[in-house]
Ligand binder design. Structure first.
Ligand SMILES: Cc1cc2nc3c(=O)[nH]c(=O)nc-3n(C[C@H](O)[C@H](O)[C@H](O)COP(=O)(O)OP(=O)(O)OC[C@H]3O[C@@H](n4cnc5c(N)ncnc54)[C@H](O)[C@@H]3O)c2cc1C
Ligand code: FES
Ligand code: FES
Length: 1358
């Protein structure tokens, strides 16, 4: 490409946290995140999705305008922002706000104190989103806030983190931390925290919050950079292959050279967010940055409309569209702009909109058929666009632009013009015409960060009909898009039909019919009928107020023109004003074992917030380090004939391809008590997603690219067809054996129970799908060869011990040559147990073979393809019951799809049966088969089998209730266990009568949640509302857990500080915090002076498999208490050793300081290190947990959207070891359960290969999808003699309570179906229906009636 005129010999200069960086050369495809993480000490920004969908990488980007002397500060996703585009800018990461040495920022401290950081992987991004909101709020002309507060409003504080994902906390505490900065916050609304106690006055609360002083906020743009930016910002294009034309002419010249003949790939770029969706496998060689051409970045408004340059970001466009409403009063034309702005606010998330350009969006819609919202909305308002290429420029309508053949790489969009109201529809002010304009989108997340199933923008010009009493449509424009069409379309046939018509129900019926023939998704689009039905819903909604009035009008036409046209009359679905309305946390503290029982903040939370916490991928690469990426199979059963790397990737730094042939020991990549699984496929691959090889290259990017481009040669000839369903597994008798010691036992006699029944349901069927862990930190490991054939592996894993033995067997070296180290894990949920072993082993193998350090940080796509996830299953049940709802017998047949490897699948029957026994079924029998299929092996995910079993139990109860037409809550109550039946079902682990707290919880929850009153109110609501129905449901849980043998080690150092090692791994669940508390409690018992702040002296250190052996697996909810007990044993030993010395000293000196005692003990050669191996007593190693939840939801019958209005939980934690930690576990687990029941679809293609491979298709809950009101009580049920300091587990059981949301949704749908029947003239209720899991919008809408609008209109007509 020829050197352009404007090329200046400038270097790439920017600041990070106030430090100057000058980069002399860099590949132009390098992102800010790559640079920060590999070239700076700032590892706060994390890589989690790499596609703009999670917010883990968010940084503050500040740009200085020397002419206006103005600073623009905004968040961006550093994983998509290109480094060359930040020339002259300043970047602030969470490290720039503060740190442990110089002092944390109040954001860090409040995140810690509000318990808003668990695994901490999302926390730096969250902090930066909040920080940016604070910085920008301070720039507003709002009144000065009181001391300690900012100008930020509560609603803004919540929304600041709307695009950031967190998989651990459930968001409520994060929202509280953010809201605590808002001047308009009601301190009473701020949740449980470590700053104040319940009942403290407002003043005390205020004074205990870490002080925020908005006037001495961090400087986001250093002075030295201001001086540099006063000169030009243009980069030396040759050096960086980055071209920044400053005029259209220059751009045209550059475009003329796009094809420079040497095959280099050139890309026009603005925000580069498009890369989040279209992840090109190969990167570009040269970039043309459009942002320096003035015409491309202008915003101009005149009386013909608003013109917006193509490089204007969506955020700036929103500001501009809103700017004309300073008075707070909207004219009709401004209302159009306001609605467009409101809609744009639901595009992506704030940190994407801040860099994503309007032009980029429209070009993606035109060229790549991206399901754009902006194109649809701008199409409806008759926008025009300007395009140019190297020769000419032209203006055309957006409609023409979209319909044209795809834009070539030399054509550039200059800008877009949104015409003024007068021009849109030919309305001039003063006429009697009224303009109606609404935009719609139906998406899994109301606030954005989710592509829509369909979007729409509808505009109509209406006026009073002169001959009738109705309203006449003079003109209209209806645009629909995003539904599986190449580009948005106008429903011209509907427009033509309506034009000139007087609105009536009949007319609307006809319009709806026409529309259904127009909005038809392309073949292969998911939920096509649902998407078409949405178009109908939106058209109906647009005219609904007119239709309603019409129904009352005697002549079939509409009256009341002026009132009807007021916008307030229109339905306002999907417009959420508040996110979390309120929340209550009830916690009864227990001081008996101080500091155990105190709600102290999670150990390490502040350094997690400040970015100082070190995760595996934050460990600096050792010299010579290589990076690996897996090549996985895409076939379920095939011969692997060969693997070909792309010649280009070999040139790009690939140094080895490791496969099963390179294994010196056994081909083993996973080991559980049930068996092993191979690391790599050998000559055969047996499931899609199985590892075939490991590419090793100089950078992670090169390794990923090489793995992506590698071609595997498969041969399927003469092979049996793979087993891809549980039915096929049964046909071919392909099962895993369940050892007898974990085989569950039947309860009672099923036939006898059935004989007692008045009614029977036989062979009802349910199917349940999988769920992906979505830990924010993907699989990662770093292996370093050591002297004498040894190897050290840093792994993010829940079971380092299993990795240790697997590595030793795979490498063929003794176990003492291997050391696996794990400090913290960025979220596990079961996914970092068995699946992490292969990742650590592959790195170890490559490092061992190449004798160089090798690391991997798996990309999200591969992680999702290989994770396995929750076990899918097919369930058939038969149940007998009395006429009063008492169930007398239940039988379930369950076919569990375990996949190809054994993993932990043989324990599934035991876990499922344990959870199925939550009700007194009278008699309970089952036949559970663990099917071996050619799917990737499924692994444990938080509450494995138990969550499915809970669902099955509730489905049975619901089925019984609807068969009997009984209130489902009374059927539940009738079948709750008595203590006798509990003992019968859970022989040996039901504990004592007083410990059975479920009946108490059940009643208490009814009162605290006003269950009965709300049930009545809901009936009332449902009678008065046609298009929203509410449902409420109360569910109990009985959840069995087992303790396990766990090691511990406590060492007292010479200064009296204490280092603690435990077998359990800190996954964010607060294990270290509880262990610290237990250490302090147990050592304080020695009774020395000066032990007041003893917690400060205790540090739990990383797990090291050679230092502490037999660590086992961190899973099953009880690792914290077992680790605590192991530590208590160690401390008791130490106290016993120290006691004689202490007593002697006390006699001599009267009192003894801890430090003096330790020095004395050292001098007397007392062993100050003690280890233990806690082995739970056989008689008490299992126990039951109890809880209950009430959830209330509202279902929108037009879209299928479910809003969780309120959830109330009471959960028995015994005497909680740390109520703050347990509360976090309860809320976080519940929200993860909401994901399973309502949102998350983890699907595969017909070969069993996972197709949901990122944040675009896999939707975990966000702050806008969790309960708006979320009340949790951590019940302190007092003394439990066999428990660790009377405590009970909290990690998994609360997840099961999320079934209450699903059941409430079912109740709301039941109402909708009843109403639908009445519209169709039928009276019988068909309340027996299955609601799938997850109950996504299409699923819900289908049950409410895909054609419910048509039915309603017909009912009006008849
Ligand atoms: C996580 C995420 C969620 C999203 N959600 C939504 C959503 O819900 N609804 C929605 O509508 N959009 C959504 N988007 C899309 C987003 O709006 C676009 O990615 C963005 O607007 C593109 O702008 P950009 O400046 O980053 O373009 P770039 O990434 O810089 O460019 C995109 C493409 O357009 C080309 N290009 C850019 N500008 C021009 C121009 N002026 N002339 C010619 N070619 C040009 C580039 O060469 C490239 O091919 C989402 C994006 C992300 C990352
Ligand atoms: S890593 Fe950048 S948004 Fe997810
Ligand atoms: S704390 Fe948010 S993802 Fe773990």
């Amino acid at each position: 490409m020829e050197q352009s005129e404007s090329t200046v010999n400038n270097s790439l200069v920017f600041a990070v946290n106030g430090k100057r960086f000058e980069v002399s050369t860099i590949h132009p495809s390098t992102t800010v995140l790559e640079f920060l993480r590999s070239h700076t000490p700032f590892k706060g920004p994390k890589l989690s999705c790499g596609e703009g969908g999670c917010g883990a990488c968010v940084v503050l980007l500040s740009k200085y305008n020397p002419i206006l002397d103005q600073l623009d500060d905004c968040t961006v996703s550093s994983c998509l922002t290109l480094l060359c585009s930040v020339n002259g800018c300043s970047i602030t990461t969470t490290e720039g706000l503060g740190n442990s040495k110089d002092g944390f920022h109040p954001i860090h401290e409040r995140f810690s104190g509000f318990h808003a950081s668990q695994c901490g992987f999302c926390t730096p991004g969250m902090c930066m989103s909040l920080f940016s909101a604070l910085v920008n709020a301070e720039k507003t002309p709002r009144p000065e806030p009181p001391l300690g507060f900012s100008k930020l409003k509560v609603s803004e504080a919540e929304r600041a983190i709307a695009g950031n994902l967190c998989r651990c906390t459930g968001y409520r505490p994060i929202a509280d931390a953010c809201k605590s900065f808002s001047a308009d916050v009601d301190m009473e609304d701020l949740g449980f925290n470590s700053f104040w106690r319940k009942g403290d006055s407002k003043e005390v609360k205020l004074s205990s919050l870490p002080l925020y002083n908005h006037s001495d906020e961090i400087c986001t743009f250093p002075e030295f950079l201001k001086n540099e930016t006063r000169s030009t910002l243009l980069l030396d294009s040759r050096r960086y292959s980055w071209y920044s034309p400053v005029s259209i002419e220059e751009l045209q010249r550059l475009l003329g050279f796009v094809e420079d003949g040497n095959g280099s790939r050139v890309k026009v770029v603005v925000g580069n967010t498009g890369m989040g969706y279209y992840k090109e496998v190969e990167s570009y060689d040269k970039y043309i940055d459009l942002r320096h051409i003035p015409e491309f970045s202008m915003i101009r408004r005149d009386n013909t409309g608003i013109s917006i340059g193509a490089t204007v970001t969506i955020s700036k466009a929103i500001e501009a569209l809103r700017e004309y409403n300073q008075s707070g009063f909207y004219s009709e034309g401004d209302m159009v702009y306001k609605n467009i702005a409101d809609h744009m606010e639901k595009v992506a998330s704030g940190f994407i909109r801040n860099s994503a350009s309007l032009g980029g969006n429209l070009v993606m819609a035109q060229r790549n058929h991206f399901p754009s919202d902006i194109a649809t909305v701008l199409l409806a308002v008759g926008s025009t666009v300007n395009i140019m290429n190297s020769l000419k420029s032209e203006e055309l309508t957006l409609e023409e632009f979209l319909r044209r053949p795809e834009l070539d790489s030399k054509s550039i969009l200059v800008g877009v013009k949104i015409p003024d109201r007068d021009r849109i529809m030919g309305i001039s002010s003063g006429t009697k015409m009224k303009l109606l304009f609404e935009t719609y989108r139906a998406a899994p997340r109301p606030l954005g960060n989710a592509l829509p199933y369909l979007n729409a923008a509808l505009m109509a010009k209406v006026s009073r009909c002169t001959t009738s009493n109705g309203i006449i449509v003079s003109n209209c424009r209806f645009a629909f898009g995003g539904y599986g069409t190449k580009h948005p379309i106008r429903a011209t046939k509907v427009e033509e039909f309506l034009t000139g018509k007087v609105l009536s129900v009949g007319v609307l019926c006809e319009a709806v019919k026409l529309l259904k023939g127009i909005v038809v998704p392309d073949d292969g689009t998911s939920s096509p009928a649902y998407r078409s039905s949405l178009a109908v819903s939106f058209l109906f909604e647009f005219f609904s107020h007119l239709v309603e009035a019409n129904a009352k009008s005697p002549d079939g036409c509409v009256d009341g023109y002026s009132t009807l046209l007021s916008p307030a009359k229109q339905l306002d679905h999907g417009k959420i004003s508040t996110l979390l309305s309120s929340a209550k946390q009830e916690v009864e503290l227990n001081r008996q074992y101080h500091p155990v029982g105190e709600p102290i903040a999670k150990s390490g939370a502040a350094i997690q917030a400040s970015g100082e916490a070190v995760y595996v991928d934050d460990i600096p690469s050792p010299t010579n380090c290589l990076h690996g990426a897996f090549i996985y199979s895409t076939k379920p059963l095939a011969r692997v004939k060969g693997i070909k790397l792309n010649p280009k990737s070999v040139a790009d730094g690939v140094s080895a391809l490791i496969s099963f042939k390179d294994i010196p020991g056994e081909n083993i990549g996973c080991k559980t008590i049930f068996g092993t699984e191979p690391l790599f496929a050998d000559d055969f691959t047996r499931c899609a997603g199985e590892y075939i090889a490991f590419v090793v290259a100089d950078t992670q990017k090169h390794a990923n690219m090489a793995a992506n481009l590698a071609v595997v040669d498969y041969d399927m000839e003469n092979l049996e067809p793979p087993i891809l369903s549980v039915e096929e597994a049964v046909r071919r008798s392909s099962f895993f054996e369940v050892p007898s010691f974990i085989s569950p036992k039947q309860v009672g006699d099923f036939s006898r129970g059935m004989a007692k029944a008045d009614h029977k349901i036989l062979s009802a069927e349910i199917r349940l799908g999988s769920q992906y862990y979505f830990y924010m930190e993907t699989q990662t490991a770093l292996a370093i060869p050591d002297e004498d054939n040894c190897i050290v592996v840093y792994s993010s894993i829940q079971c380092p011990e299993n990795a240790h033995t697997t590595i030793s067997r795979c490498l063929g070296i003794p176990e003492h040559n291997v050391r696996v180290i794990t400090r913290r894990v960025g979220g596990g949920f079961g996914g970092k147990s068995m699946k992490a072993i292969a990742v650590a082993t592959a790195c170890a193998l490559a490092a061992y073979k190449l004798q160089r350090p090798v690391r991997i940080y798996m990309n999200r796509k591969t992680d999702m393809k290989i994770a396995g996830g929750r076990h899918p299953m097919k369930v058939t049940y038969s149940v007998g019951f009395k006429s009063n709802g008492k169930i007398t017998a239940l039988h379930v047949d369950i076919l569990i799809n375990a996949g190809i490897g054994v993993d932990i699948s043989p324990i599934m029957p035991m876990l499922m049966v344990g959870a199925l026994k939550k009700y007194d079924w009278g008699a309970f029998s089952f036949d559970i088969k663990v099917c071996k299929t050619n799917h990737l092996s499924k692994s444990a995910m938080r509450a494995p089998g138990e969550v499915q079993a809970t669902f099955i139990s509730e489905a049975v109860i619901e089925h019984v209730a609807s068969t009997l037409s009984m209130d489902v809550d009374s059927v539940r109550s009738r079948n709750l266990h008595t203590f006798n039946s509990l003992n019968f079902f859970f022989e040996g682990c039901a504990g004592e009568h007083v410990e059975y707290t479920l009946p108490l919880i059940w009643d208490k929850l009814a009162t605290s949640s006003s269950f009965k009153e709300r049930t009545d109110m809901i009936k009332q609501f449902n009678m008065c509302n046609k298009w929203q129905k509410r449902g409420i449901s109360r569910v109990p849980i009985v959840h069995e857990v087992s303790l396990k043998a766990t090691p511990g080690k406590v060492s007292i150092l010479s200064d009296g500080s204490v280092a603690v090692e435990v077998g359990g791994i800190e996954l964010g669940q607060g294990l270290w915090t509880k262990v610290k508390q237990m250490t302090a409690f147990a050592l304080i018992s020695i009774g020395c002076d000066g032990m007041g702040d003893f917690l400060e002296k205790v540090r739990v250190i990383q797990s090291d498999t050679l230092s502490l052996i037999q660590g086992g697996l961190t899973a099953g909810s009880t690792t914290s208490e077992c680790s605590c007990e192991a530590i208590r044993l160690c401390c008791n030993m130490l106290v016993e050793r120290l006691n004689p010395i202490k007593e002697r000293l006390q006699e001599q000196m009267g009192s003894v300081e801890w430090g003096t005692l330790i020095l004395q003990a050292q001098s007397q050669a007392v062993n100050l290190s003690a280890s233990s191996y806690y082995v739970p007593d056989f008689s008490s190693f299992q126990y039951l947990n109890y809880g209950a939840a009430v959830s209330e939801v509202e279902v929108n019958l037009l879209t299928g959207q479910t809003t969780i209005l309120q959830s109330d939980i009471i959960y028995d934690c015994g005497q909680s070891l740390n109520p703050a930690v347990d509360l976090g576990q309860i809320e976080g687990a519940f929200v993860q359960g909401i994901g399973f029941f309502m949102l998350e679809e983890y699907t595969t293609n017909s070969d069993g290969l996972v197709v949901t491979e990122g944040t675009w298709t896999y939707k975990i809950p966000t702050i806008d999808t969790v309960p708006k009101q979320f009340n949790v009580e951590v019940l302190n049920s007092g003394h439990h003699k066999n428990r660790v300091l009377s405590s009970k587990a909290s990690g998994e059981p609360p997840l099961l309570l999320a079934v209450s949301v699903h059941c409430a949704t079912r109740a709301a749908i039941r109402e909708a179906r009843q109403q639908l029947l009445s519209w169709t003239g039928l009276t019988k209720c068909d309340s027996t229906f299955q609601l799938e899991v997850p109950a996504t919008m299409p699923v819900v809408k289908e049950l409410c009636g895909l054609e419910n609008v048509e039915s309603y209109l017909q009912s009006l007509l008849s």
